[in-house]
Design a protein around this ligand. Structure first.
Ligand SMILES: Cc1cc2nc3c(=O)[nH]c(=O)nc-3n(C[C@H](O)[C@H](O)[C@H](O)COP(=O)(O)OP(=O)(O)OC[C@H]3O[C@@H](n4cnc5c(N)ncnc54)[C@H](O)[C@@H]3O)c2cc1C
Length: 409
C-alpha cells in the first residue's frame, strides 16, 4: 500500500519534515538511499538557529557526542573578533558541532518514533505525467516496487536528481557554492568557539570570495574546510582542494595542525544557495532543504534551513492530504518561503556579488571590517541572527551592507 506522503531523502530536511508530518498524524514514508550512519560532506556546525529546531523536535542534547559552542571567532585580514552567540528573542545563545554521520540518523529515528516509516538503502525515481508525480519507483530496501503517494516531499540534497526529473531547475544567475572539508587531530579540539576566515586565499596569496572554517568537535578532532562562492570570474577553474590546502597551511598556530595528516580524505560538495531552485511547488510535490537551494549565501549554512523548510513544508503538505486532491494547499508553502527568506536572500545576493569583485573584497577586509561594532553586526547578519526588531526594515539592512561594501570602494 502506498503511504499518503513520500519523503525522498533522509538528511536534515527530509527527516525534519517526516518528524513534523508524523507528529501531525500524517501517514508518511521516508526513503533514504544510503544506510545510517551515512557520511555527508559538511562542516558539522550547528548555529543557534539549528539548535532551536532540534530543541523543538525534542532532541536529547546530553545523550550524544555533541560539542557545545559559545560563539564565533572570525578573522578578516589580520583582524580577529570573538563574538559570543547573541541573546535573541527566538534562538538560544548557544550552538554546537556534531558529526553528520551521527546527527542525521538520530533525527531520522526521532521521526520514526513519531510514527514515520523510515526505509534505508532505497533509491527513489519519479514517474512524471503532465507535471504530476503519478508514481515513484523504489529500488532496494524492502524490495523494488512502484508506490503512488498523494504528495512527494523532495529532500534529496544538492544534486537533486529526483527534483530535476520532477521538473525543478536551478537559476544560474543566483550564487552557488562549492566546499570541501577534512578532519584533523588537534589539542584544541575542545575549544568552545567555532572559527571562520572571511577572506581566504590561494597559495599565491590571491583573495577569493568564500570562507574557511575550523569547527572543533570536542573529541580530539577538528573539522577544517573551505568554500568558494560562484560570483567571481574563473571560479569554475579553481580547485577547492588546493584552496583547502592553502587554508590549512595558513591556519592560526593555536590549532597545532600537522598539515599532511588529515584523518580522512577531504570530501566536498555543492552548496545551492539563495533559494535558487524552483518551482518550489509542483502539482503534488514540494522542494525543501538543499533540493530547493536553501543554503545561506553569507556563510554556507544549510542544516538549519533544511530543518526550517522541512518543518514549514510539513504544515502545507498536511493540509493538502487532509483535503484529498487539494493541491492548491501546497502553493502557500512557496509564498511563506518568499515571505520568510526573500528579503534576506536579496541582501545576501548583493553581498556575495560585491565580494566577487576582487577590489571590493580586498578593500572590504582591509577597510570595511576594521570596525569592531560593524564587524559584530555583519557577523550577526551573516548568521541570520538579527532579532526581529533589529531586522525590522529591509532598507536598514540594505543600507548597512551597502555602506560596508561602499567603504571598500
Ligand atoms: C563541505 C560542506 C560543508 C558544510 N558545512 C556546513 C555546516 O557546517 N553547517 C551547516 O549548517 N551546513 C553546512 N553545509 C551545508 C549542509 O551540509 C546542507 O545544507 C544540508 O546537508 C542540507 O540538508 P538536506 O536534507 O537538504 O540534504 P542532504 O543532507 O544532502 O540529504 C539528502 C539525502 O537524500 C538522499 N538521497 C538523494 N537522492 C535520493 C534518492 N533518489 N532516493 C533516496 N534518497 C536520496 C541522500 O543520500 C542524502 O542522505 C555544508 C556543505 C558542504 C558541502
Amino acid at each position: 500500500m502506498s503511504r499518503r506522503v513520500l519523503v525522498v531523502g533522509g538528511g536534515p530536511g527530509g527527516a525534519a519534515c517526516a518528524y513534523w508530518l508524523a507528529r501531525d498524524g500524517v501517514d508518511v514514508h521516508l526513503v533514504e538511499k544510503k544506510q545510517y550512519p551515512r557520511e555527508k560532506a559538511c562542516g558539522d556546525g550547528l548555529t543557534p538557529r539549528a539548535i532551536k529546531q532540534l530543541l523543538d523536535m525534542g532532541f536529547e542534547f546530553d545523550g550524544h557526542d555533541l560539542h557545545r559552542v559559545d560563539g564565533l571567532r572570525a578573522y578578516a585580514g589580520d583582524l580577529m573578533i570573538e563574538m559570543p552567540w547573541p541573546q535573541h528573542s527566538i534562538y538560544p545563545d548557544w550552538g554546537a558541532t556534531m558529526r553528520r554521520a551521527d546527527l542525521d540518523g538520530i533525527v531520522a529515528s526521532m521521526a520514526e518514533q513519531q510514527g514515520a516509516t523510515i526505509e534505508q538503502g532505497t533509491t527513489a525515481t519519479p514517474i512524471v505525467e503532465n507535471d504530476k508525480i503519478t508514481g515513484v519507483t523504489l529500488e532496494g530496501g524492502e524490495g523494488d516496487r512502484v508506490v503512488h503517494p498523494d504528495v512527494v516531499v523532495i529532500a534529496d540534497g544538492s544534486n537533486s536528481r529526483f527534483g530535476r526529473s520532477a521538473g525543478a531547475s536551478r537559476r544560474r544567475d543566483y550564487p552557488f557554492g562549492l566546499a570541501v572539508r577534512a578532519y584533523y587531530e588537534s589539542p584544541q579540539s575542545d575549544d568552545r568557539f567555532i572559527e571562520s576566515q572571511l577572506d581566504i586565499r590561494d597559495r599565491e596569496g590571491r583573495a577569493m570570495p568564500g570562507y574557511g572554517w575550523v569547527f572543533p568537535l570536542g573529541d580530539g578532532e577538528i573539522n577544517v574546510g573551505a568554500g568558494l562562492v560562484s560570483t567571481f570570474k574563473g571560479w569554475k577553474d579553481v580547485n577547492t582542494s588546493r584552496i583547502l590546502d592553502a587554508y590549512i597551511a595558513a591556519l592560526p598556530d593555536h590549532w597545532h595542525v600537522v598539515e599532511d595528516t588529515p584523518h580522512t580524505r577531504p570530501i566536498g560538495g555543492k552548496l545551492p544557495m539563495s533559494l535558487s531552485v524552483g518551482p518550489k511547488v509542483g502539482r503534488n510535490w514540494v522542494l525543501i532543504g538543499d533540493a530547493s537551494g536553501a543554503v545561506n549565501p553569507f556563510n554556507g549554512e544549510g542544516i538549519d534551513y533544511a530543518y526550517e523548510t522541512g518543518r514549514m513544508a510539513a504544515r502545507y503538505v498536511a493540509d493538502a492530504v487532509a483535503v484529498a486532491g487539494d493541491d492548491a494547499a501546497l502553493a502557500g508553502y512557496a509564498r511563506e518561503l518568499e515571505d520568510t527568506y526573500g528579503d534576506y536572500h536579496r541582501v545576501a545576493r548583493v553581498f556575495v556579488k560585491a565580494i566577487g569583485n576582487p577590489t571590493i573584497m580586498r578593500s572590504l577586509t582591509n577597510v570595511g571590517l576594521r570596525s569592531k561594532p560593524l564587524m559584530e553586526w555583519t557577523l550577526k547578519v551573516m548568521a541570520n541572527l538579527l532579532d526581529p526588531d533589529e531586522a525590522r526594515t529591509t532598507e536598514h539592512i540594505y543600507k548597512a551592507i551597502e555602506r560596508t561594501v561602499n567603504a571598500g570602494n
